[in-house]
Design a protein around this ligand. Structure first.
Ligand code: NI
Length: 136
């Protein structure tokens, strides 16, 4: 089994706010992410797939195809948009980096070619903080 990673980047706005809590509690729990008037992050996305190299090409899959899938089903839905309001697959969810990684997984997992599996979604919210999701 060989692992192949494509790195992408996108910018998006969001707000983390629990309506059941006071403004003070939201600020305490979510910090700057609770800002009423939104704010943005520069996200770095690592999409890792796994499989066995093809006998004819030596590739797990065509990396251009992987890039096109990520573009169509992830980046075009997120980049320069508001995660809380504009993104169909994040509707009704807290737009944390954790939930966003799961959402991105769900966008890609069933769209890979036969014999190729999604292994990991690694999503950096800042250079210091990232989450990983392995589908379970
Ligand atoms: Ni934030």
């Amino acid at each position: 089994m060989v692992y192949l990673t494509r790195i992408e980047h996108f910018n998006a706005a969001h707000k983390l706010y629990n309506e059941a809590w006071s403004v003070e509690k939201n600020e305490e729990v979510f910090g700057k992410c609770a800002n009423e008037n939104w704010h943005g992050h520069n996200y770095d996305l690592y999409v890792t797939v796994k499989g066995n190299p093809d006998q004819d090409t030596g590739f797990i899959m065509d990396v251009k195809k992987l890039s096109l899938l990520i573009n169509e089903f992830v980046l075009e839905k997120l980049d320069h948009l508001n995660l809380n309001e504009d993104v169909d697959f994040m509707k009704g969810q807290f737009c944390s980096t954790e939930n966003l990684a799961v959402g991105i997984w769900n966008q890609l997992a069933n769209r890979l070619p036969a014999g190729v599996q999604l292994h990991c979604i690694k999503l950096y919210e800042t250079p210091q903080i990232y989450v990983e999701y392995y589908g379970e």
